[in-house]
Ligand binder design. Structure first.
Ligand code: GRF
Length: 197
């Protein structure tokens, strides 16, 4: 029985598209929902074009009441009855209650080599620190932000003259390879981390 996957997004959804495209053939999982906190997220249209059910819960309508926002989001997610949640460019920080409910079944991609640069502006911080390399990490989601067990990482060189934008574009290419590779293993019950060259 293939695993049911819900993907949460906030923006264009390029990682979501790569995940959904990868779940074909003998893959142990299938996408059953793409949901967003922004009804205008471009990724919702891309998911609909791929024939995947979509849902949107506008966090702004809850005026900072995170538990109420999450209760509405959880109702949409529960209706799709997923086994796994993939956060793919989902930019809302989830409360401990939501995370505890999905612990061990929810993963996230973060655009840095965790534990370096948790939070935002990861590429600029790597440049400001004079790092030689950067990358991305897929990890299990726990209550502490960007802190859960690492399931995979991919590295890229930082090149002279790089800006946060040029570095982000190079890292995104690796994200699109890493996240599907990790999801296939995670859906098959494998937790040993994978490192892309
Ligand atoms: C990705 O770089 C992801 O690591 C970060 O947000 C970006 C989302 O890109 N959290 P997309 O919406 O998947 O194209």
């Amino acid at each position: 029985m293939s695993k049911r996957v819900a993907i949460l997004i906030s923006g264009g959804g390029s990682n979501m598209v790569k995940l959904a495209q990868s779940m074909a053939g003998d893959h142990p999982a299938r996408p059953v929902l793409v949901a967003s906190n922004d009804p205008k997220a471009g990724g919702l249209d891309r998911a609909a074009e791929m024939g995947i059910s979509t849902a949107a819960v506008d966090h702004r309508a809850f005026k900072g009441d995170r538990p109420a926002f999450e209760a509405a989001l959880s109702a949409k997610i529960a209706a799709a009855n997923p086994d796994i949640i993939c956060l793919a460019g989902f930019m809302r920080v989830l409360t401990e209650g939501f995370v505890r409910h999905w612990e061990g079944r929810m993963i996230n991609i973060h655009p840095s080599l965790l534990p370096l640069y948790k939070g935002l502006h990861t590429h600029q911080r790597a440049l400001d620190a004079g790092d030689q390399e950067a990358g991305c990490t897929v990890h299990e989601v726990t209550a502490a932000l960007d802190d859960g067990p690492i399931l995979g990482q991919a590295r890229v060189p930082i090149i002279a003259g790089d800006t946060a934008e040029t570095l982000a574009a190079r890292v995104l290419v690796q994200e699109h390879a890493l996240y599907p590779a990790v999801l296939r293993r995670f859906a098959a019950g494998e937790r040993a981390p994978v490192y892309l060259p």
